[in-house]
Design a protein around this ligand. Structure first.
Ligand code: AMP
Ligand code: ZN
Length: 462
């Protein structure tokens, strides 16, 4: 069955044609490891994961590569601001290497909790400085880059296609925009591929231009082509990468190689919080640990992500998280009853459902629609064939359907909540309604509802 993907370059859904029959190479821009990943970043990696799983589901041999930016690019995508890694290192009194090691481990732990499969190759920027320098050197030799007092810059005027990904009218964009105060640059949108280091800059490497460090964009050019070859199938990233990072990557790589390097550019939309931007200032850059602390499991968050197609904005609110939790719980309890059933379902019915599922995922990763197919299936009369079909679908969803059991469906009630419920039970026996109501409030604050029964009570997670 054909796979359709939305290519940002053509602004249209295209039928995927692999460069090598049965194989697909995917490069995804990875994290800058100077802080914990927030749930917006992780939504982007859930998208990358789903992409990989869908190709595997379709019988492709996938090679996925995701870089780890441990050099630290500058605070803004353009070439100004502080270096994020260096800033974090100074703030935490650690070396940039320690910062990178710590947050790389934290990132992979988050990915594991969210069932994001580890990419096949996860190259670190600091281990590929020589490859980057080679690209810089070649671009200078070919006349695409020039030296200034503070670095080596890519000359966008030499690349007439500059702007083809974002379809930006460069002149319009720059008119009125803050012009970069960098007198050495020939054009304000020229970007650094190598920066000369000040003597006290912590991360620096030798080059023919003295000590320095790479620009961020050059990283992805050097590492993607190293691991996937000079011509590969798919490059992914968050939507914010379209106007600068990926535009610059395209310019560099095509100037360097003399031909296009990537067939499909795919971008996932942003996650918003309460309808607005996620920002440190608003204290709404939540992490996986924040979700867990509030009583949500990583799988419930993954389920939330899967219910919004990757090209739609996902508006995160605690209410939406709550309803994802309730809905996921309902789904897994349906699945448990199918698992425990000995009945069978007509194979034709299952085949029809699986076809619908397959069509949905192959239509530009329409996972919400595929989820709708699953929901339709679980509402059919109980049958173990349905559970087995759900397990096949779970190769794409990655929601741990194989781990569903009586035990996993039970809600763990913390001791203190159990104690409050006991005290409330005693209060009720003594007809102390005020105390009983007060205790109900405390139980609810802890995230539980208490239901009175003839001979006691039942605690349910809200
Ligand atoms: P960074 O570590 O800042 O380079 O970001 C890692 C990835 O997360 C990039 O692909 C970004 O495009 C993506 N990203 C950043 N913020 C958000 C957001 N609010 N929602 C979704 N993806 C995001
Ligand atoms: Zn990148």
């Amino acid at each position: 069955m054909e796979i359709k993907l939305y290519n940002t370059l053509s602004r249209s859904k295209e039928v995927f044609k692999p460069i090598k029959e049965g194989k697909v190479g995917v490069y995804s821009c990875g994290p800058t490891v100077y802080n914990y990943a927030h749930i917006g970043n992780l939504r982007t990696y859930v998208f990358t994961d789903i992409l990989k799983r869908i190709f595997t589901f379709n019988g492709y041999k996938v090679k996925s590569v995701m870089n780890i930016t441990d050099v630290g690019h500058l605070l803004s995508d353009a070439d100004d601001g502080d270096d994020k890694m260096v800033k974090a290192a100074a703030e935490q009194n650690k070396t940039p290497e320690q910062i990178a090691e710590f947050y790389t481990a934290a990132f992979f732990k988050d990915c594991q909790r969210l069932n994001i499969l580890r990419p096949d190759v996860t190259p670190k920027a600091t281990e590929h400085i020589q490859e980057m320098l080679k690209v810089v050197r070649d671009l200078v030799a070919k006349g695409y880059a020039y030296e200034t007092d503070d670095g080596i810059y890519f000359d966008i005027s030499k690349f007439p296609d500059y702007g083809k990904l974002s379809r930006a009218n460069l002149e319009e964009q720059l008119a009125g925009a803050r012009v970069n105060v960098n007198l050495g640059k020939r054009h304000p949108a020229d970007f650094a591929i190598w920066k000369k280091a000040e003597p006290n800059h912590i991360m620096q490497w030798p080059s023919e231009w003295g000590m320095g460090y790479p620009g961020w964009h050059i990283e992805c050019t050097a590492m993607s082509t190293k691991y996937l070859g000079e011509y590969f199938d798919i490059h992914t990233g968050g939507i914010d990468h379209v106007p600068i990072h990926h535009e610059n990557e395209i310019a560099q790589v095509e100037a360097w190689l003399g031909h296009k390097a990537v067939n499909y550019w795919m971008h996932s939309e942003f996650m918003l919080v309460d309808g607005g931007k996620m920002s440190k200032r608003l204290k709404n850059t939540y992490t996986v640990d924040d979700l867990i602390e509030k009583g949500f499991s990583p799988m419930e968050f993954r389920y939330l992500c899967l219910n919004v197609q990757y090209r739609q904005k996902l508006n995160f609110t605690w209410e939406s998280m709550e309803s994802a939790k309730t809905s996921f719980k309902r789904l897994t309890s349906h699945l448990l009853s199918h698992k425990q059933s000995q009945n069978r379902t007509d194979k034709k019915v299952i085949d029809e459902i699986m076809k619908e599922f397959h069509e949905a995922i192959n239509d530009d990763l329409n996972v919400p629609m595929a989820m709708g197919v699953l929901w339709k299936m679980v509402k059919l009369p109980s049958s173990k064939d349905i559970y087995e079909a759900a397990l096949v679908m779970d190769r794409v969803f990655g929601l741990d359907f194989d781990k569903i059991s009586e035990e996993s469906q039970k809600v763990e009630v913390p001791d203190f909540v159990e104690k409050l419920a006991q005290q409330r039970f005693e209060a009720r026996k003594q007809k102390n309604w005020a105390e009983s109501d007060r205790l109900r409030g405390e139980i609810e604050n802890a995230g539980f509802a208490v239901k009175d029964k003839a001979d006691g009570y039942e605690l349910v997670k809200k």
